[in-house]
Design a protein around this ligand. Structure first.
Ligand code: SF4
Length: 187
């Protein structure tokens, strides 16, 4: 009984967005409500190819518990994911696969590049390794480190959450966004 009471008091509700409230009403903008919902229900697709993926496994485990951020539902189908997490060394041969996964994700989609290898090729300055995934797909947040600790991965996810929360609903239709995708040759 005691335990149940403690658990109940530990429940933290998501803060409501800015708005106007009075007796029996609360008004805010659609952007803010959608941002709040998206921010707290991110479905990540883990694209893990090597050691950084192990750090991600720790991030998902009970101690770090990514579920606290509403991100416990991993998606292994790009069509049901909105955050692509790239973790590990990406060989040039793997580049087209990564790009295809990105292209299969529906908008809005975000990309988190985890670890030195995904961000810049890391220590593998060789002919066979892609020197950063931003050569083939756009990246929203970079997490440095070899490997980054789970705290750093969580920090990256919180930065993504901030982007998700504050993004205008019109951004994806803007000429700037389309021009950015065109630079990558993505329609
Ligand atoms: S950044 Fe370091 S830990 Fe991460 S995949 Fe590369 S070599 Fe492994």
């Amino acid at each position: 009984m005691q335990a149940t009471q403690t658990q109940n008091t530990d429940i933290k509700l998501v803060e409501k967005p800015e708005g106007y409230e009075g007796a029996g009403f609360f008004a805010t903008s659609l952007d803010k409500v959608v941002g709040m919902a998206r921010k707290n229900s991110i479905w990540p697709l883990p694209f893990a190819t090597s050691c950084c993926g192990i750090e991600f496994m720790a991030t998902m485990g009970a101690h770090y518990d990514l579920a606290r951020f509403g991100s416990e539902r991993l998606s292994f189908s790009p069509r049901q994911a909105d955050l692509l997490m790239v973790m590990g060394t990406i060989a040039k041969k793997m580049g087209p696969v990564l790009r295809q996964v990105y292209e299969q994700m529906a908008e809005p989609r975000w990309v988190l590049s985890v670890g030195a290898c995904a961000c810049s090729g890391g220590i593998f300055d060789t002919y066979s390794v892609l020197q950063g995934i931003d050569r083939i797909i756009p990246v929203d947040v970079y997490v440095p480190g070899c490997p980054p600790r789970p705290e750093q991965i969580i920090d990256g996810i919180m930065k993504i959450q901030h982007l998700v929360e504050t993004e205008s609903l019109r951004r994806r239709d803007s000429p700037e966004y389309k021009a950015m995708l065109n630079k990558y040759g993505i329609e």
